[in-house]
Design a protein around this ligand. Structure first.
Ligand code: ARG
Length: 282
């Protein structure tokens, strides 16, 4: 019947070719649809999915900040505790994943977020305008005021910002307190160090004359350091709330975290966690 084989072959080839062409858009319709979404939206979906798939979420923190996050020996083992850590645990639980904690210097936290070394940062971190340019933040879950800590023996000598002119004032490196010293005490010299514990030591050892730190942290350190106290000096408190940071473009993750924060704030759990953490401070 088909005597003209070359012709038949040519015809079949054309049919196959046409149908192949016709199928192409159909077979690639899934990715094409996804490709229509803005890149940021695709990325954020995969971040939350990735975490759920991994069954684990990694948090970065600077555990030198009682009652937010600090080291404590529990059953002869060194543990990182504090109300931030309890909030991180509640978030992990709500996501149905386990929590891994990475302790690092405060000024390395946002870089760790950027490289993917951690999935989120909880560290009493203030969502100031500069940081908002590079990371996304949840809502503020806790607010504290700024204080100036001095040696008890200097309490009558250092009562105003003027008294600190030409003097060294400590602040945590990369923290808003470093900026506060530079902006609100331009006549003082800032000494910025990575860890709050080292800053407290510097003040005790008279290497600095004062230290700017948030009130709850000052109170926690001072409970075991009677040679230090909170001075009467008042600072401006524009940026003083704490929020959780995630990599930019992770809106779904932020939404999920905000839900947990809402719950913990509405039922007053955060206040309870702060009180419990304060009790753990020796
Ligand atoms: N709230 C300040 C800031 O965001 C200080 C936070 C310091 N946190 C810490 N865990 N050492 O810069």
């Amino acid at each position: 019947m088909f005597k003209n084989k070359p012709l038949l072959f040519a015809m079949l080839s054309i049919v196959l070719l046409l149908s192949a062409c016709g199928q192409q858009p159909a077979s690639s319709s899934q990715p094409a649809k996804d490709g229509d979404k803005p890149a940021a939206q695709q990325a954020k979906e995969s971040k939350l999915e990735q975490i759920k798939k991994a069954g684990k979420i990694v948090v970065g923190t600077s555990a030198d900040y009682p009652p937010y996050e600090f080291h404590k020996e529990v059953n002869k083992k060194d543990e990182i505790v504090g109300f931030d850590i309890e909030i991180a645990r509640a978030i992990a639980k709500d996501l149905g994943v386990t929590l891994e904690i990475k302790d690092m210097k405060f000024d390395g936290l946002l870089a760790a977020l950027d490289t993917g070394n951690v999935d989120f940062v909880i560290s009493g971190m203030t969502p100031d305008a500069e940081r908002q340019k590079s990371v996304d933040f949840t809502k503020i879950y806790y607010t504290a005021i700024q204080t100036v800590v001095v040696r008890t023996e200097d309490k009558d000598k250092i009562k105003s910002l003027d008294d600190l002119k030409g003097k060294k004032v400590g602040a945590q490196k990369g923290a808003t307190q470093e900026k506060i010293v530079r902006e609100q005490m331009p006549a003082s010299e800032v000494k910025a160090l990575g860890k709050i514990s080292d800053l407290m030591l510097d003040l005790k050892n008279k290497k600095t004359e004062a230290l700017v730190v948030e009130q709850p942290v000052a109170a926690a350190y001072l409970s075991k350091n009677k040679d230090l106290l909170i001075s009467d000096i008042k600072l401006k408190n524009e940026d003083s709330g704490s929020a959780i940071a995630v990599k930019k473009g992770s809106a779904e993750l932020v939404d999920a975290m905000n839900k947990t924060l809402d719950r913990l704030m509405n039922d007053k759990s955060i206040e309870k966690l702060v009180a419990e953490a304060n009790e753990m401070v020796e």
